[in-house]
Design a protein around this ligand. Structure first.
Ligand SMILES: NC(=O)c1ccc[n+]([C@@H]2O[C@H](COP(=O)([O-])OP(=O)(O)OC[C@H]3O[C@@H](n4cnc5c(N)ncnc54)[C@H](O)[C@@H]3O)[C@@H](O)[C@H]2O)c1
Ligand SMILES: [Fe+2]
Length: 381
């Protein structure tokens, strides 16, 4: 093994219940005087959002909001957001929400001063160096789900409207300058979103942990992230008001996203095209894919999963871990197939093509080919 790597750390995180009260201070710390709060339509009407706008307004920072954001946000949402940002003369973004609001907010800040089109910054090779880094507006990120960890990430997942492909837009400066992780904001999440988002955090930890790239720091973070999910997701699901469980899940989400700098794998490679084509929830789709992907990767991951099982106090090595995943899914009513999820007919050719083109494919422990990816997908439909 060659022990060389490029490592980056996450950013300044203000973590703790009630810390949304620091939103104005966080904006000032990031150099923002006239923020545009970007979130999705559903959240726009919720009390946690209006309260955040009240806090900004009370500090003299205005209460501008852009909420034309779809779940699995699109390039069209981004164009519209950039237009509103420019018209309002804003000088930074408060990216507020689950992964959808966070990703779109990050992209609006990134694109606000660029002259090239968004897809010129897809995460391929060094395309990010095409951007004018000095024109990227500062971002304060406020997660309201505990799953994607996008608040500590340098990428946004944006669906291309004309082809229904999920693309990863990457720039190191898209990393939010300040993050407020306030678990109180997640209390209102209904159980099925708690489950789906929490299992996204789990998928990040598991895929990062199993990915063969060399990154011992991520490896440690992924393992402890799995433990937090194992101990606290069932509690958050059973009692949404359990603030300790909500806080630990918020930490697990940030850890998963930091860990996946190491790599993701077949779960995300499949889930991205499925989500883009059939508009399914990202984390829930990952959870549906995970049992089959574990078996698919078994020849390469048995040893590391044995070690994870020992750390997690799961008996039975790889098989024990696989049963634990099945039981965790079942306990939170995760469907066992894509058809049980409501997708009547999966376009196998299209999903396989999308999966093989997805950057997560490169991090999977077993090399993904057209043939084995098709067989894998057929086990999930
Ligand atoms: N950038 C990254 O690194 C990264 C990683 C994983 C996933 N993603 C992307 O993130 C998106 C999924 O994000 P998500 O799983 O957080 O879901 P989401 O942001 O789409 O939110 C799901 C639903 O939950 C609602 N919601 C959010 N917070 C709530 C709260 N506190 N109370 C009640 N309802 C609430 C939203 O309004 C929405 O209807 C996908 O587009 C996915 O591709 C990005
Ligand atoms: Fe994910």
């Amino acid at each position: 093994m060659t022990l060389t790597a490029n490592w980056s750390y996450p950013t300044a995180v203000r973590f703790g219940a009630g810390r949304i009260s620091e939103i104005a201070e966080a904006c000032i710390a990031a150099g923002i005087q006239n923020p545009l709060l970007v979130t999705d339509r559903g959240l726009a009407a919720m009390e946690i959002t209006t309260r955040t706008l009240d806090l900004l307004e009370a500090a003299g920072l205005g209460r501008a909001i852009f909420a034309e954001v779809d779940p699995n946000p699109t390039d069209r949402n981004a164009e519209e957001g950039v237009r509103v940002y420019r018209e309002g003369g804003h000088d930074g973004v408060v990216a507020f929400g689950g992964g959808s609001g966070l990703d779109l907010g990050k992209v609006v800040a990134f694109m606000a001063g660029q002259s090239r089109p968004l897809m010129d910054f897809e995460d391929i090779g060094d395309w990010w160096t095409r951007a004018d880094a000095d024109a990227i507006a500062p971002i304060v990120a406020v997660p309201t789900t505990a799953g994607t960890g996008s608040e500590v990430g340098r990428a946004s997942v944006i669906t291309k409207s004309d082809t229904a492909e999920k693309k990863i837009i990457f720039h190191p400066r898209m990393l939010p300058a300040v993050v407020i992780c306030d678990p109180e904001l997640t209390i209102g999440m209904p159980p099925f979103i708690t489950a789906g988002t929490g299992l996204d955090a789990f998928a990040h930890c598991v895929e990062a942990y199993c990915s063969p790239h060399y990154h011992p720091m991520s490896q440690g973070m992924a393992l402890e992230g799995m433990r937090l999910v194992k101990d606290f997701l069932p509690r958050a699901y059973a009692d949404g008001g359990d603030i300790e469980a909500r806080a630990q899940m918020m930490a697990a989400a940030a850890m998963g996203a930091t860990a996946f700098q190491k790599g993701l794998g077949a779960i995300h490679a499949l889930s991205h095209p499925i989500g883009a084509i059939y508009h399914t929830h990202h984390g829930t789709t990952n959870a549906v894919c995970m049992p089959a992907v574990l078996q698919f990767n078994r020849p390469e991951i048995e040893g590391v999963i044995d070690r994870a099982a020992r750390y997690l106090d799961i008996d039975g090595g790889f098989d024990g871990f696989a049963s634990f995943v099945d039981d965790l899914n079942a306990s939170m009513k995760i469907p066992t197939s894509l058809s049980a999820m409501g997708i009547e007919e999966v376009d196998i050719d299209r999903v396989v093509k999308g999966a093989l083109a997805d950057p997560s494919t490169g991090g999977n422990p077993v090399k993904m080919t057209e043939e084995n990816t098709r067989a894998l997908l057929e086990r999930i439909v």
